[in-house]
Design a protein around this ligand. Structure first.
Ligand SMILES: [Ca+2]
Length: 123
């Protein structure tokens, strides 16, 4: 079965050709908790795993700049990878806000981290 990809998704897929089924997805469209794939870190713009989102695959967890679609907008996170992931206020992993162990989640990152995340990386 072939999948038709939009141009932007195709460009991302090229970057992760080693694992063709895992691609980063991000968007202002609504997503919910059940849309988060296994072996991804999923960030949402609203509490309780809803709203705009970024779904990042386990093989590509170094995100030095989350980009304008999600910058300073994350409120809830589900880490479905097997690795600890830490989240930062600034790009390039500066200003650590919180970390989630593999399998960890938070329906609301709290006032100290809400709408601040700009980068994240695994450990
Ligand atoms: Ca920030």
């Amino acid at each position: 079965m072939r999948t038709v990809l939009k141009a932007a998704a195709a460009a991302l897929a090229t970057l992760v050709a080693g694992a063709a089924l895992q691609v980063t997805t991000t968007g202002a469209a609504q997503a919910e908790w059940k849309d988060c794939p296994d072996r991804y870190v999923c960030l949402w713009g609203d509490g309780n795993y809803a709203g705009r989102y970024r779904f990042q695959p386990e093989h590509d967890l170094f995100v030095s700049n989350i980009g304008p679609a999600m910058n300073d907008l994350t409120t809830s996170i589900w880490n479905r990878t097997g690795r600890k992931v830490c989240f930062y206020n600034d790009i390039n992993y500066q200003g650590q806000l919180l970390c989630l162990d593999g399998g960890g989640s938070t329906a609301n990152v709290g006032a100290g981290a809400n709408d601040r995340i700009s980068s994240f990386q695994p450990f």
